[in-house]
Design a protein around this ligand. Structure first.
Ligand code: CA2
Length: 147
């Protein structure tokens, strides 16, 4: 059986849809999950979709993905801008990773404009809200079919 694509979401993304809709949109994380699974189904990909508020749990899941997943889609939330531990885990996992952000981090505060994770990512999708997860699934599908 084909390996799944792990879609990992970081801190506070469980609050999606409850506030700051002007920045993050009005869809909940369950809505984002449904969109991601729908797109993946169309492209013949399996998805393992998770969220954690804890950095260490995200690191554990990235390590797990290194053995069990074909690729990673990661929105690490605020850890994007702080976490060398998540960067190191992505480098060690050694599978394709696409970094996603709902908001356009380059139009926001200076501290959001640097990502530790981009160094380990094939590319970054930001500013398209929940649709960005669908774009990431398409990017993964394209990359896996090239192999
Ligand atoms: O734009 C993104 O997807 C972010 O990764 C979201 C993070 C933020 O720290 C990054 O700079 C950019 C924050 C997610 C928090 O989401 C909330 C949603 C609703 C209410 C409160 C927080």
């Amino acid at each position: 059986m084909a390996k799944p694509v792990y879609v990992l979401n970081g801190p506070n993304l469980n609050l999606l849809g409850s506030r700051e809709p002007e920045i993050y949109g009005s869809e909940s994380l369950d809505d984002v999950r449904a969109r991601t699974l729908e797109k993946a189904g169309q492209l013949g990909l399996e998805i393992e979709f998770r969220q954690s508020n804890r950095e260490g749990e995200l690191v554990d899941w990235i390590q797990e993905a290194g053995g069990k997943a074909s690729a990673l889609i990661v929105n690490a939330g605020a850890y994007t801008h702080t976490s060398v531990a998540i960067l190191d885990a992505l480098l060690a996992a050694d599978i394709p990773c696409i970094e996603v952000h709902l908001s356009n981090i380059f139009q926001r505060e200076d501290f959001r404009q640097h990502s530790f994770l981009s160094q380990a990512s094939l590319g970054v999708i930001c500013g398209f809200g929940a649709q960005g997860y669908e774009f990431a699934v398409e990017a993964v599908a394209g990359r896996l079919s090239d192999k």
